[in-house]
Design a protein around this ligand. Sequence first.
Ligand code: ZN
Length: 261
Amino acid sequence: MPIRTVVWGENVHEQKNRIVAEIYPKGMHHCIADALNTDAGISATTATLQEPEHGLPAERLAETDVLLWWGHAAHGQVSDAVVERVAEQVWAGMGLILLHSAHFAKIFKRIMGTPCNLTWREAGERERLWVTSRSHPIARGLPDHFELENEEMYGEPFGVPEPMETVFVSWFQGGEVFRSGLTYRRGAGNVFYFRPGHETYPTYHDASVQTVLKNAVHWAHNPAARIADVNAAPNVPVQTALEPITERGPRLHQDGEEGLR
Ligand code: ZN
């Protein structure tokens, strides 16, 4: 069964900016989904901010193996309830891939717990991505480095926690460097941040970028059954302890109660 993948696109610049609309006539989310669907092991559909519940109702997320997220202009319009729903699915085992300006998406900040800030410049300069973990599955099939002739610059320091692994670093013509491919584990979910993808450049048409995204979907997919109640925190009464114990000292709670949150 192919990996059930949803590409979430904010779909704002494509509707308002002529240049972006010319590069991505069907929207960036469709361009990315079309690229993913050239891989027989992936079945990608799309969702957008404008759809009810941003196209991510609970039933759909429950049947999504990997979610990709591109946002920029409208992070603040994303419903907190949907953000929490996505976070819980990640903790329960759904893969999540954050693209470019999604470094400031509510969902990324929620699961990173840090400001996720960086330095930036929009000057169409060359970006050279270096593979820093050559045997990593996300870098499979790539040369030691590849270039994007026009990209927005993102520079360090990048305000994220130390990753599990750094798969790519980027060099920019202006001299800055950036950790541009980072892996995390949050609960049972695999999380990947991938830097390129500024909307006024044809980045998602690039073959190497498409290879990274396809590899990342395979890497992020956790085939284990989704954890049913990821927030559960059950009380274990003395009588049901695995080894016999005698209760000692004062207590605040009753056996089996829900506890404080
Ligand atoms: Zn950008």
